[in-house]
Design a protein around this ligand. Structure first.
Ligand code: NIG
Ligand code: FE
Length: 406
């Protein structure tokens, strides 16, 4: 057993069985001051107040010295398997080109697809696992990783193999999403490409947990999405959709209709999308890192919450629209730019993001029996300081599955 003692603030406490938070619940989290927490067999065993009796001996005890303990971040939307970099496009962007203009010139996703094609599988793994290590070091304990830079069956499978290899080699929890329909691959007509992705669905399903489609203006239509999600469902893949980033796309509606676990981006939504999401099992997921980087609107998180919905936040870590996987910065953007309270942002970056990967029964909160995926901060930190002092180093130890990260 490992015991963490003298915790100044233990935040993110939740009773067992709550899989997500919605509406007013987003503003709630269990907090215990001056606390201890016990870890056994990789799981949270128990917690309590220092003045109460602490079970077990002091073997392997860690003195938190008044630091905060919180759940590790969950990042339900990333594209971290990619080759090389798109720093040339960064200069185009500075010079005034939009994301759509860069894509229309053959840059964007197609540029990453060309680079990925030329890169060996081992090299792709090495480049990608470095990002995963960086994310874990910054406190992410569970992450979703998408394919979508292959853009032909062979290269999509190469990406999926790399994601599986990552999943098998890191202490973080990894969920795999097949995003063949990210852009039309070179050499295909639009129709041929959609058909090719439908045809490879059974093969993709050997690796993937979820199916995703970039359902947005200039990429894939609602009809394409319908077909791809139906093909995914036939192989047991639940949808997670890219919707309403570039336009009001209909992606929310088609996603909810297919029982999507999440619909993501949502920078451009009307009250119609809010109504469609109400009463569904779908987690609206917003990606403030891409709003920040692209200079597009931030999602209307407060209005979603006001309408009784839950909101998850994720990094969207990718080379084109969000070149950062720092969930503490995502949390800060949630507070600073979307005006979420620190507690709402915490729930969005932990429990709700875990829900958006189907993992909230095993991680994402301080609940006995869940995996001990925890962050121990340096002394003096509180939940509010985390997004406020948004660049000051705060982490002391990241525990994943009960083990401190080396
Ligand atoms: O979520 N919007 C589509 N896909 C990514 C961007 C991918 C890229 O530009 O490489 C996103 O923003
Ligand atoms: Fe994305």
């Amino acid at each position: 057993m490992t015991l963490i003692k003298n915790i100044g603030e233990l935040v993110g406490i939740l009773r067992a069985g709550v899989l997500r938070k919605q509406g007013a619940e987003m503003a709630e989290t269990g907090v215990l001051r001056n606390a201890w927490l016990a870890i056994e067999d990789g799981k949270i065993k128990a917690f309590g107040k220092m003045e109460d009796v602490i079970p077990g001996s002091d073997r392997e005890s860690i003195d938190a010295q008044g630091g905060m303990v919180m759940p590790a971040f969950c990042d339900s939307h990333t594209h971290i398997v990619y080759a090389g970099s798109r720093d040339g496009e960064f200069l185009d962007k500075i010079n005034g080109l939009s994301y759509e203009e860069i894509a229309a010139r053959g840059g964007g996703i197609l540029n990453s697809s060309d680079l990925l094609h030329e890169t060996s599988e081992d090299e792709l793994y090495e480049q990608s696992i470095a990002r995963v290590r960086e994310m874990m070091g910054k406190g992410t304990g569970a992450m979703e990783i998408k394919s979508g830079y292959g853009l032909n069956p062979a290269d999509e499978l190469k990406m999926l193999r790399v994601i599986r290899r990552i999943k098998e080699s890191v202490p973080a929890l990894v969920r795999v999403t097949f995003l063949g329909a990210h852009a039309v691959g070179r050499g295909y007509t639009h129709e041929e490409y959609v058909q090719a992705m439908v045809d490879m669905m059974p093969q993709a399903a050997e690796y993937a947990d979820f199916v995703d489609v970039f359902c947005d203006e200039g990429f894939f239509t609602v009809e394409d999405t319908d077909r791809l999600l139906a093909a995914g469902a036939a192989c047991g893949l639940r949808p997670k959709i890219h919707a309403n980033e570039l336009a009001v796309s209909g992606g929310v509606q088609v996603g909810v209709r297919h029982g999507a676990l999440s619909v993501d981006h949502l920078e451009r939504t009307t009250d119609v999308e809010i109504d469609v999401l109400r009463g569904s099992e779908t987690m609206p997921t917003m990606l403030p890192g891409s709003s920040f980087f692209l200079g597009i609107p931030f999602g209307r998180a407060k209005e979603f919450i006001g309408a009784g919905l839950g909101v998850a936040l994720a990094s969207d870590y990718n080379p084109g629209s969000s070149p950062s996987g720092d969930m503490r910065f995502v949390m800060a953007l949630g507070c600073i730019r979307m005006r979420l309270t620190p507690v709402q942002a915490l729930n969005a970056c932990t429990l709700n993001s875990a829900y958006a990967m189907g993992l909230s029964d095993i991680t994402g909160s301080i609940t006995p029996g869940k995996r001990a995926d925890l962050l121990l901060t340096r002394p003096g930190w509180t939940l509010t300081k985390l997004p406020y002092l948004y660049q000051t180093p705060f982490l002391r130890t990241v525990f994943l599955n009960g083990q401190p990260l080396e």
